[in-house]
Structure formats: C-alpha cells, structure tokens
Design a protein around this ligand. Sequence first.
Ligand code: PGA
Length: 248
Amino acid sequence: MRTSLIAGNWKMNGSLQSVNELIEGIRAADAVGAELVVCPPAVFLFKVGGMLDGSAVGLGAQNVCNHEAGAYTGEVSAAMLREAGCRYAIVGHSERRSLYGETDQLVAERFAMAVSGGIRPILCLGETLEQREQGVTEQVVAAQLDAVVDHCGIEAFAEAVIAYEPVWAIGTGKVATPEQAQAVHACIRALLEGRDAQVAAGIRILYGGSMNPGNAAELLAQADIDGGLIGGASLKAPDFLAIAQAVD
Ligand code: PGA
C-alpha cells in the first residue's frame, strides 16, 4: 500500500509572520491519513524545521544544487538541506524549467545529488497546453522521466516521489479532469514498470495543478494518484488540511 503524500509548495510567498501563522494552523491539525510535507522558501527552512520539531509534518525544499559544495552562488546543497531538517526536495518544477532554463540534464543532476545526499526528490513532470493540444503529452512526460532514469538509474527512484503537473493547470485554476490525470499517472507508472516492477508499484505519483478542497477528493480517488503537490491552496492552513482530509 502506498501512503498518500500531500506536499505544499509555498513557492516565493510568505513572511516571518505568515509562516508562523501557517505552521501554527497546520500543526493544530488532527491526525490525517496522509503524510504531510511543507516546502517553504529556503530562507525559512531552519525556522519552519524548528517549528515542526516533534510534529509528524515533514519539511521539504523547493530545489537542490547539482553539486556537493563550492562556488555555486545562490545554490543550496543537499547536505545543507539535511542540516535544516529536510526530508524532501522538489526537483524540475515547471517554473524552474521555463523561467530559469533548467534542462532535463540539469534536473537529472539535481535529482542525483538529492538522492546521494539523503534527500528524497519530488520530480516534477508535465506538458504545456500546446503539447497537450498536439497530442504529445505522454511523449513529453516520458522524455522528461527517461532523462532522469537514464542518468541516475532506476534504483535511484526507490525513495523518490514523482509529481505530474500539467503546466496549463499550475496556478491557473484550470484543473486536469480526474480521467486526464489518471491516464498520465498510469502511463508514468507503466514506464517505470518497464524498468523495475517493484519501484513502479511502490512509488508515489502526486498530481499538481490547481488542486483545492473542492476538487481534491475526486482526483485522489484515482487508482494511480497517490497525493498532491499543492501550490496556492497550501498557503492557507484550512485549505491545505482539507485537501489532506480528502485522502480518506
Ligand atoms: P498550484 O501550483 O496548486 O498553485 O496550481 C502547483 C505547483 O506548482 O506545484
């Protein structure tokens, strides 16, 4: 059985005050049937890690450097993330790919560095609206996935998480239908099965893109949807927790 994972990607939002309020709200939650993780901006990781001490809510970063240490201005290493208390790091988010030019190769290197540093990567995959309209969604997602599997080996996915995030659904309020999402999730699992059946059966594949308390239950009920990567709705504790409760 795969334990559902609900991860909040706060992106570049928040202040010391709002972070306090958000974590107080999330910590106040009763036990939910899903694993919960929050991914604050890097500058807040130590603070949030401290606030989450003793709670079941895990900590994740929004990216991780593809090098161990050295002259990489602006980057944060896997070892530093571990020291801050991170269990997870998002890798290959579409905003990193489209706004900061991260290539499949760079994403694969970041993924590898997370794994070797003891951080579980949450690898994001997804097509643009144009690609969906051209009918090449599965090819696009397969190419993004293959780049990482070829570079890191399928063994590297043993502790990893995948997030299918159609680019046209991120932050737009346009959510994939449960059928559209399930089809791509099943395709990702089948691709992994071709490499290693055990990894494919155990890996959690999250859906991301305008998931909210109103649409979460239907998405999470799909056979191959094992949780969500939540942007906007993760910035309000009641909404984030309502999504987590939709797992049950
Ligand atoms: P959204 O973002 O929930 O605001 O669409 C999801 C994401 O980018 O991970």
